[in-house]
Design a protein around this ligand. Structure first.
Ligand SMILES: [Ca+2]
Ligand SMILES: [Ca+2]
Ligand SMILES: [Ca+2]
Length: 505
């Protein structure tokens, strides 16, 4: 009876199950070179083949309420593979109650006649038609690397690795990182550092890797390409959205390569708080660089004091673009830190015509010398007896004009101190009656939308993404017009407006 209860309890243990498939893909490098990669795809079930192979593999985030992770592995490669997560506890029994198989220790004889083991755990054979399951229980929170545990020197070089994050098993939001540390989900940034030695990949593709081949082992491998999150920087990549000015930002740095790297964050120092998923008793403040040996993870915090695009790059060997694509490249990425700009004065809206502040301007200082990657706008405490009379236009310093709201909100219900956020990522239009919340820009086509000068003439863009690429610095103007002279009463933008700008690199 007791045994029955125990096994029932273990079955009910909250766990995340992930179906990974080890498979091949071709990656095009910045110089056009086509490189064979081995990576993981996340499928919906074993054999479904509905995932896409990526390098790094899919980010595995184990929710705060879960204590256990199961990875079901399908191996579409021509050699045995497996998965390990260093510093997480491997379960002793599988989900079906059977003991975890012993480590395979598959052996081969190298060119000097030495017998060598190839696996850190039990293997999944090539082409397996039955699922092979890897289980970790008693998960500890933090930042981890998962990677192939079989023939690992080659298989991690080929791309079989990814980031695994375990949220802190306490707190209500699930954004706990380590005991005593909560960071907003949007401020947690995984950064996987990796390398590609293209000659090794070419040899694998040609069947020329290993004893007797053109490349016999990984011992003398020298990388050609240096990557962050699978990208060798060329200038074309967007910045990673990391949060806003004043946020506490967590960098989850993971070195999936065989060499050391030394990430540096622009001119900004960091506080290093943990390595390999274990928090330090004493946080290391004022760190200008982070030492990241092979296969190590490191967590660091910083609080940006200015909005902008912060470069993060490797000061060891990886800050190069293989001599191809311009002055910078390689192990470089930008973190986009957005900034709010606010005006608080009220603007009165007459029964007909333009508001008392027209345009109602916010001037972004010249020190914000970057281009915009995302814009969000908030109008604070708008009151109007007949909201559909309003047309509201935003114009950027380079003259790009986006209609935030026009003829929306209906004629029957007055708006009273409503705060409207406009954001392209929201799928819902401005509602009737007008309500406080986040909406996408909404232009209802009923009648004229005419803005007197100095507003620019139409037509006007319908989404805030039209501002992408505009300079941040300069005058942003809000134009508010009541387009219906047949009454409707007067209104007021009571508490001004706010512009949130996120930089492009
Ligand atoms: Ca309209
Ligand atoms: Ca109109
Ligand atoms: Ca009116």
């Amino acid at each position: 009876m007791g045994g029955f209860c125990l096994s029932l309890a273990s079955k009910l243990e909250a766990q995340l199950t992930v179906y990974l498939r080890a498979d091949t893909a071709i990656q095009t490098m910045p110089d056009g070179r086509q490189v064979l990669m081995w990576g993981y795809a996340k499928d919906s079930s074993f054999g479904a083949h509905d995932g896409t192979v990526s390098v790094p593999g899919p980010l595995i985030t184990v929710p705060h309420t879960f204590t256990k992770l199961t990875i079901v592995l399908e191996n579409n490669l021509a050699e045995a593979t497996s998965i390990v997560i260093p510093n997480q506890h491997t379960a002793s029994v599988l989900d079906n109650g059977t003991p975890v198989p012993p480590t395979t220790h598959t052996r081969f004889t190298d060119s000097q006649n030495r017998s060598r083991a190839t696996s850190f755990t039990f293997d999944t054979p090539p082409g397996n038609t039955t699922p092979v399951t890897y289980v970790w229980d008693n998960l500890t929170p933090g930042t981890y690397l998962y990677h192939s545990g079989s023939h690992a020197a080659l298989q991690t070089q080929m791309g079989l690795y990814g980031a695994m994050i375990k949220r802190l098993p306490s707190g209500t939001t699930g954004n706990g990182v380590y005991p005593g540390l909560v960071v907003k989900a949007g401020n947690q940034v995984p950064l996987v550092f990796s390398e590609i030695d293209a000659e090794v990949h070419d040899a694998v593709q040609a069947g020329q890797y290993g004893p007797g081949g053109t490349i016999t082992s990984m011992q003398h491998s020298t990388p050609d390409y240096f990557l962050i999150n699978g990208q060798c920087y060329t200038g074309a990549q967007p910045a990673i959205q990391a949060g806003a000015l004043g946020d506490t930002i967590l960098l989850r740095m993971i070195n999936a390569s065989a060499n050391q790297h030394v990430p540096v964050l622009g001119q900004q120092s960091m506080t290093v708080i943990a390595e390999d998923g274990r928090p330090y008793a004493d946080r290391r403040t004022g760190q200008y660089s982070v030492f990241l040996p092979a296969m190590k993870t490191c967590d660091a915090l910083f609080v940006p004091l200015l909005g902008g695009a912060y470069p993060i790059y490797d000061r060891a060997t990886g800050f190069t673009s293989h001599g191809t694509t311009g002055p910078v490249g390689g192990m470089l990425a930008y973190l986009a830190i957005g900034q709010n700009f606010t005006a608080t004065a009220p603007a009165n809206i007459p029964e007909s015509g333009q508001a008392s502040r027209y345009g109602y301007n916010i001037t972004v200082p010249a020190t914000f010398d970057w281009k915009v990657a995302k814009v969000r706008v908030i109008l604070y405490k708008l009151s109007h007896p007949r909201p559909a009379d309003l047309d509201i236009l935003l114009v950027s310093p380079d003259g790009t004009a986006v209609m935030l709201m026009s003829d929306a909100g209906g004629t029957a219900q007055p708006a009273n101190l409503v705060s409207l956020t406009f954001d392209d990522s929201v799928s819902v239009s401005v509602p009737t009656p007008l309500g406080t919340g986040a909406w996408k820009p909404t232009d209802i086509n009923t009648g004229p939308d005419t803005f007197p000068a100095p507003a620019p003439a139409g037509p006007y863009a319908a989404t805030l993404s039209a501002f992408n690429g505009s300079p941040a610095a300069g005058t942003w103007s809000l134009y508010i017009v009541d387009d219906d002279p047949t009454g409707g009463g007067t209104g007021r933008l009571n508490a001004g407006w706010q512009l949130f700008l996120t930089p492009a690199p």
